[in-house]
Design a protein around this ligand. Structure first.
Ligand SMILES: NC(=O)c1ccc[n+]([C@@H]2O[C@H](COP(=O)([O-])OP(=O)(O)OC[C@H]3O[C@@H](n4cnc5c(N)ncnc54)[C@H](O)[C@@H]3O)[C@@H](O)[C@H]2O)c1
Length: 236
């Protein structure tokens, strides 16, 4: 049990990668709050889990989430919630751009801002920001998603160097193409990325294994890093 007695918040955890991370954390002994915009999770909760309907873009919601009974301490935050939008720069609809930036970039900022004071007081913590291979290499279009994930990559490094003195580790997980409700809804895009990925489509549980590592004391000296879990997509 690598995360025994730890308390974790995982955003965007109704399904997909977030849920797999939440389940892996619970199996390792953590108490996990699954926070997602959906009214309920795709599958029933398991032991040591609670579910909160929650919007990562709402600062006040972060205040109440992090002061709930279970959050007397917060050891782990996973900023996983995100959305995508298939618009190139010259096609951008401003409302869509702001929605993507709000959820993918401002949401993690609000999350980090909410948990850092508590982590500092308790002597440390682990924050994991889920970015994307598209924070490292470009694909055509999808401008707001690239912008938000690129920003989150540097926000991770900024937070890592700022809060190292407080023993707060901040790392990024960099998924490539993973089977989730998101990729299920865009089969043509998914197939085109799988074709460029030597190891093919990953399963959410494979990404969750990386999150357990980064959250655990096994990663005690790791901060500001990108754990690239993309099946070789960015190697070429
Ligand atoms: N699936 C992939 O191939 C892939 C690849 C690279 C990166 N990622 C990243 O992995 C993470 C998880 O992706 P996924 O494929 O599991 O996505 P998904 O769409 O299956 O899950 C995302 C979850 O976020 C929730 N959400 C959306 N807006 C929210 C908000 N405002 N507040 C709270 N929750 C909100 C959704 O309800 C959903 O349950 C994302 O950060 C995504 O960018 C995924």
């Amino acid at each position: 049990m690598k995360l025994k007695e730890k308390v974790a918040i995982v955003t965007g955890a109704a399904g997909g990668i977030g849920r797999a991370i939440a389940d892996a954390f619970s199996h390792e002994g953590a108490q996990v709050i699954l926070a997602d915009l959906r009214s309920e999770p795709y599958a029933p909760l398991i032991a040591r889990q609670v579910y909160e309907q929650f919007d990562v873009t709402q600062a006040l919601a972060w205040n109440s989430l992090t002061s709930c009974d279970m959050c007397e301490r917060i050891d782990i935050l996973v900023n996983n919630a995100a959305v995508t939008c298939h618009q190139a720069l010259d096609e951008v609809v401003l409302d869509d751009w702001e929605r993507v930036i709000g959820i993918n970039q401002t949401g993690p900022m609000l999350g980090m801002r909410a948990v850092i004071p508590k982590m500092r007081l308790q002597g440390g913590g682990s924050i994991i920001n889920v970015t994307s291979s598209w924070a490292h290499v470009a694909a055509p279009g999808v401008a707001a998603y690239h912008a938000s994930k690129g920003a989150l990559r540097m926000m991770t490094r900024n937070a890592a160097i700022t809060y190292a003195k407080d023993r707060i580790r901040v790392n990024a997980i960099v998924p490539g193409i993973v089977r989730t409700p998101l990729t299920d809804t865009q089969p043509e895009v998914t197939a085109s990325i799988v074709a460029l990925t030597p190891f093919g489509l990953a399963e959410p549980e494979e990404i969750a294994a990386g999150a357990v590592f980064l959250a655990s004391d096994d990663a005690r000296v790791i901060t500001g890093s990108d754990l690239v879990m993309d099946g070789g997509y960015t190697v070429a």
